[in-house]
Design a protein around this ligand. Structure first.
Ligand code: NAD
Ligand code: WQD
Length: 337
């Protein structure tokens, strides 16, 4: 029996394939390579020492999905496929609503046709909007301020509604905090297109000399040093959370929602200092205006995932930064190198 990984060529997908393989699962990947390269999957094949079944296709296309389900024995699905750039989602909202929502609906329809009963969905801490306090637990109110975040919120709602009408489908909604880091081998990692929007890839590209200076967005928040605080989680820890979620769905059916974070919040300045320790260089930065739409603090209450999934992040901040640096310094141009 196999796990179908949609968006499996991407950042979190590639790392999750490795953890699934370690746990003894067969993997089938579908991806349209709109935000990834085949090289990532080829490198995963080297790490796990076996070839990966891969279909290049759009998850929005029901007919293509049917062909995969007809050809493979799919027991569970992890649905990573989606567009994730917040700024682009504001500029081109329909692209996000169409891609993220239609892909999920097509997938669920085809899963029903083939009686496939376990679905893990990539949600995001962005569904908590601007939280009233931290740490954030799963029962906090939900809201979203940009089209990307709204797709996650709508899809969660769609899946909850679908579950009530079709309780035979087991669903895990996993709300990720801020994934960073890379596999220990340094051969796979995050490879953003163009200038990175997210903090960690921006820092690593300053360290490697591709970008001149980091702008720290906001230094007057009510936080330990005025800069924004987030819950950074190692992508391999996050990947392992998916294996635990699949196991949970296999043994305890229903619909479940979990935060995947560490429970620790670090400020932008603390991240810069940690990265300087990891790479042995100074990071050139300046204090800049707040970024519109940003919130002061966001970190998880990770207790529910610990209690019900047995999930606990293993990697600390220094290791996350070291792993980012190993990947970036060995692959200055990402998968193009
Ligand atoms: P990613 O862009 O690296 O991976 C997503 C993959 O999906 C890419 O390989 C892309 O080519 C593929 N894809 C997109 N639309 C597709 C479609 N219609 N059909 C087939 N393939 C398609 O992103 P990631 O960081 O690995 O994120 C994976 C998931 O986790 C996304 O749904 C994202 O929204 C969610 N998420 C990511 C973060 C983060 O900070 N990285 C945080 C919270 C949630
Ligand atoms: C982290 C901190 C910035 C860049 C975003 C999405 C969210 C989720 C993860 C998918 C903030 C500061 C950043 C820079 C900076 N994705 N920063 N200079 O904003 O927490 O979350 O990615 O679901 O939906 O919104 O992550 O890495 O962009 O920012 O000072 O050049 O770093 O202001 O405090 P964020 P981030």
């Amino acid at each position: 029996m196999s796990v179908l990984v949609t968006g499996g060529a991407g950042y979190i997908g590639t790392h999750t394939i490795i953890e699934l393989d370690k746990a003894g699962y067969e993997v089938v990947v579908v991806d349209n390579l709109s935000n990834s390269k085949l090289t990532g999957l080829r490198r995963v094949e080297k790490i796990i020492g076996k070839s990966i079944k891969f279909y290049e296709m759009d998850v929005c296309c029901e007919d293509s999905l049917r062909k995969v389900f007809a050809a493979e024995k799919i027991n569970s699905v992890i649905h990573f496929a989606g567009l994730k750039a917040v700024g682009e989602s504001v500029a081109i909202p329909l692209k996000y609503y169409e891609n993220n929502i239609v892909s999920t609906i097509s997938l669920v329809k085809v899963m029903k046709e083939f009686d496939c009963r376990n679905l893990v969905f990539s949600s995001s801490a962005t569904v908590y909007g601007n939280p009233k306090s931290v740490p954030i637990n799963e029962s906090f109110p939900l809201s979203a301020t940009n089209p990307y975040g709204k797709t996650k919120l709508f899809i969660e709602d769609i899946l909850r509604d679908y579950y009530h009408a079709n309780p035979e489908l087991n669903i895990a909604l996993l709300r990720y905090f801020n994934p960073i880091g890379a596999h220990k081998s340094g051969t796979i990692g995050e490879d953003p297109n163009g200038i990175p929007n997210n903090l960690m890839p921006y820092i690593t590209q300053v360290a490697i000399g591709k970008l001149e200076q980091l702008s720290i967005y906001g230094s007057d928040y009510k936080t330990c040093d005025g800069t924004g605080v987030r819950d950074y989680i190692h992508v391999s820890d996050l990947a392992n959370g998916h294996v635990l979620a699949i196991k949970k769905l296999e043994t305890a059916p229903g619909i479940v929602t979990y935060n995947l974070g560490t429970g620790n919040g670090y400020s932008v300045i603390q991240m810069v200092k940690a990265f300087e320790r990891a790479c042995g260089k100074k990071i050139n930065y300046r204090l800049a205006e707040r970024r519109p739409g940003d919130i002061a603090e966001c970190f998880a209450d990770p207790i529910l995932a610990k209690k019900e999934l047995g999930f606990e992040a293993k990697f600390g901040l220094d290791e996350m930064c070291e792993d980012c640096w190993r990947w970036q310094s060995a692959n200055p141009n990402g998968y193009e190198s």
